[in-house]
Design a binder for this molecule. Structure first.
Ligand SMILES: Nc1nc2c(c(=O)[nH]1)N[C@H]1C(S)=C(S)[C@@H](COP(=O)(O)OP(=O)(O)OC[C@H]3O[C@@H](n4cnc5c(=O)[nH]c(N)nc54)[C@H](O)[C@@H]3O)O[C@H]1N2
Ligand SMILES: Nc1nc2c(c(=O)[nH]1)N[C@H]1C(S)=C(S)[C@@H](COP(=O)(O)OP(=O)(O)OC[C@H]3O[C@@H](n4cnc5c(=O)[nH]c(N)nc54)[C@H](O)[C@@H]3O)O[C@H]1N2
Ligand code: SF4
Ligand SMILES: [Mo]
Length: 701
């Protein structure tokens, strides 16, 4: 029977922006995906990726039932057999080589999936191995580090109050394209323009004149990896000119005088050359920031994927604190979501940890139970007691997304067993013995456990699956439950919605009383209003103070001082940085025709003047080499990147054989991470230092 067309409202789970979607459908057919104008946070905004949810849903390459690699190729397995075999192999290997011989890696889509968020931790606990990794350490680990040291909780992120600020300083982020990160702010560009419309200003610090910088009033072309020096100088000027005004924070800042002492020597004159900006420009920026009625400094991946990520995120917080802009309207505020993961630490005590143990081979520090992923390949490849022999990869593609993918590939090849919980047979999962593919996107219910925690307003939304899963498909939470039961012998009696209901009952908000049933009555979400000041109550430090000068961070300044006198690198004269693109989502959405069609986007951006010297012209192929590898890529000349800096987008490189990504392979591109190095890290936190990658560029005739 022909049903009438129906509307379904849900939040897009592809990036952090949490856009509300209005999906029109009829008889299991999708008619349209549009922005939901009534969505409380996104007000109708969407980006081109939202409509690709349709492609993802109907993608013929997407896996739906378990497969197993055999000598004669991949064969189908029943779910029960697959679960048994995975559990059996993991246990066997642990019996033979010890608990730590099984490693886990969790990729980015894990945090976008409520099922994985709520059910994978029990599974990982049941593996009981210290060899835990995730995409955190190629991304936001320095943010966690600074938050733990200063606020006492690794997830206490100050979120820019973008809708009420008078001055926004964006460093190392391009939210006009990425749609915002650790700042869920759908329709970012218009929110930025609204600052300008109400008489405020926007400034961007970035080696590339990005799409965000093009909207901004002021742009600062900084040298890659030098931001910590710039931030120190901004703080120095603010103290020196007596512009520091901690206001309401006065009684809760610890180390205020100490911060003044340790920043004293970082004058704009002294750091100017290393940073690549004149002393006057730096000094003026500091004054502008400090004298704005309200202001907020926001630093994102460009500041954390670098050699001084920990220092950068610490100093961003310091800048906001000494100007009285932390925990203040128009500055940076803490959220209070309906399911409050941060607040729950009052009961659980789980506030984060650092350096409780180190990796076996590279001696890198643990953070909150995880090791930096740059260490993974060595842990697999280096023989000895404690060697990793098996890997569980969950929603991750580390061959394309972590440094030196070529080395990791070799490591994966040498494993005794690997299982991937993933929807594609891709560059990473092809190394698995078994792939367990969960439902995804429109087949799942959605509640953003993580991104409400980072949003510019307190809102909540839930939606059930739009399309019922096929009888032989399994949800991610069902997969984790089944595996946990086999490994631990304990059966979790709750399903996803029951678990959500359980968590919602502890909500701070009780008008209306929250439950899955209640949320179903609010398909566009519920708005609890703007973020509010919450300090000192919200702090997790024992003295309820913000530590402005944590010992570990202050000590790390010694390492930073060395870049004040770096010499030119003659072998590898260029800095290689990344860039995000509106129609890409890390490595995994290039199998959507509508997102990957059109002209080649995987190009090397190079300043036209640099290109001229190298005798390179637009569209030509060049060879790019680093100390770990080399690749051939098309050149794109531009005036919009600083001289001496080049850029390649990450997440490409789908030429690798034996994957099942028929569309992505047609437009394969090259992998930036075949050039990046596992030895380049932020030595304090262990985060990958992508922006420090040095390369040589040579024309190919
Ligand atoms: N050089 C360089 N490298 C980078 C970056 C950079 O800027 N420069 N960015 C880094 C950042 S910020 C991040 S977050 C990482 C990302 O690193 P990863 O998370 O390792 O990589 P993704 O490309 O996000 O891969 C996601 C995987 O999840 C699978 N997947 C998609 N949806 C689902 C689902 O619903 N369930 C399951 N189980 N699987 C699913 C996809 O098929 C894919 O295999 O990359 C990092 N790497
Ligand atoms: N369309 C799209 N959206 C995405 C993603 C995607 O792949 N595609 N990925 C999602 C993920 S996982 C994340 S983590 C977020 C990231 O969100 P953003 O942090 O906004 O990500 P990028 O666009 O990579 O912005 C980083 C900026 O840092 C600059 N940069 C590089 N090195 C340095 C440096 O040393 N100093 C300074 N000051 N700047 C530097 C780069 O030029 C770039 O403009 O985006 C998310 N959203
Ligand atoms: S901006 Fe992010 S959340 Fe919004 S539609 Fe695009 S991918 Fe989805
Ligand atoms: Mo990320």
């Amino acid at each position: 029977m022909m049903e009438a067309a129906q509307k379904h409202y849900r939040t897009c789970n592809l990036c952090e922006a949490m856009c509300g979607l209005e999906i029109t459908h009829q008889n299991q057919k999708l008619i349209s995906i549009k922005g939901d104008k009534a969505a409380v946070l996104s007000r109708g905004h969407i980006c081109p990726k939202a409509t690709a949810l349709e492609d993802l849903h109907f993608d013929k390459d997407r896996l739906k039932t378990p497969i197993k690699r055999t000598k004669s190729g991949w064969i189908a397995l029943s779910w029960e057999d697959a679960f048994d075999e995975v559990a059996h192999n993991l246990r066997d290997i642990q019996k033979k080589y010890g608990q730590d011989s099984v490693a886990t890696y969790q990729g980015n889509p894990s945090v976008h999936n409520i099922g994985t968020m709520l059910f994978s931790s029990d599974f990982i606990k049941s593996i009981a191995s210290t060899q835990r990794y995730s995409a955190t350490s190629v991304d936001q680990l320095p943010h966690h580090f600074a938050s733990l040291m200063m606020f006492g909780h690794y997830l206490m992120f100050p979120i820019p109050d973008i809708d009420r600020t008078d001055f926004m300083l964006i460093m190392g982020g391009n939210p006009a394209v990425s749609n915002g990160s650790i700042m869920t702010a759908p329709d970012f560009s218009n929110r930025l323009k609204a600052i300008q419309k109400r008489g405020g200003k926007v400034a961007v610090v970035d080696p590339r004149l990005t799409e965000t910088a093009q909207i901004a009033d002021d742009y600062y072309a900084v040298n890659p990896g030098s931001d910590a020096l710039l931030l120190l100088a901004l703080i120095q000027v603010i103290f020196d000119k007596h512009l520091a005004q901690p206001k309401h924070l006065k009684t809760i800042l610890k180390g205020y005088e100490n911060l003044q002492i340790i920043t004293k020597h970082y004058t704009p004159e002294r750091i100017s050359e290393a940073v690549g900006l004149s002393a006057k420009v730096i000094s003026d920026l500091a004054c502008q920031f400090a004298t704005s009625k309200t202001a907020v400094c926001y630093g994102r991946v460009g500041l954390s994927m670098q050699a001084f990520g920990g220092l950068c995120q610490w100093l961003v917080n310091c800048l906001n604190c000494i100007t009285g802009n932390l925990d203040a309207i128009g500055g940076a505020l803490f959220t209070l979501p309906a399911i409050d993961v941060v607040g729950s630490a009052k009961q659980t005590g789980k506030t984060g940890s650092f350096n409780k143990r180190q990796t076996r081979v590279d001696k890198l520090p643990e953070f909150t139970g995880e090791f930096p992923v740059v260490a993974l390949a060595d842990e697999i490849l280096t023989p000895g007691n404690g060697q990793v022999k098996a890997l569980v990869s969950i929603a991750g593609n580390p061959v394309l997304s972590t440094p030196n993918g070529t080395k990791l590939e070799q490591a994966l090849e040498s494993l005794e067993f690997m299982v991937a919980i993933d929807i594609y047979l891709n560059e990473t999962t092809k190394h698995a013995n078994i792939i367990l593919p969960p439902t995804t996107g429109l087949e799942t219910s959605i509640y953003d456990l993580v991104f409400h925690q980072f949003a510019i307003k307190n809102t909540v939304a839930y939606a059930p699956a739009l399309f019922e899963k096929e009888p032989n498909q399994r949800h991610d939470w069902e997969i984790f439950k089944a595996l946990t039961a086999r490994l631990s012998g304990k059966e979790n009696p709750l399903n996803l919605e029951q678990t959500l209901d359980y968590l919602l009952q502890f909500s701070y908000y009780n008008e209306p009383k929250l439950s899955v049933k209640e949320l179903l009555k609010h398909p566009h979400g519920i708005d609890f209003g703007n973020l509010k000041p919450q300090l000192p109550d919200r702090l997790f430090t024992s003295d309820k103070k913000i530590d402005l000068t944590p010992d570990l961070l202050v000590a790390d300044l010694k390492r930073l001082d060395k870049i004040l006198s770096v010499k030119a690198n003659k072998t590898y004269p260029f800095y290689l940085i990344g860039r995000r693109q509106l129609r890409s989502n890390n490595s995994w959405m290039h199998n959507s025709e509508r997102l990957s069609k059109g002209k080649n986007r995987c190009t090397l951006l190079i300043n036209s003047d640099d290109a001229k010297i190298l005798k390179l012209f637009n569209g030509q192929k060049a060879c790019v080499s680093s100390n770990v590898g080399s690749l051939t890529i098309e050149i794109e000349t531009t005036s919009k990147i600083k001289r001496g800096v080049v850029s390649i987008p990450h997440g490409w490189g789908h030429h690798r054989k034996e994957t099942k990504l028929s569309i992505a392979q047609k437009n394969a591109g090259v992998s930036l991470n075949d050039l990046t190095d596992t030895n380049r890290i932020d030595a304090l936190t262990g985060n990958a230092d992508f922006s420090g990658t040095r390369v040589r560029i040579e024309p190919i005739n």
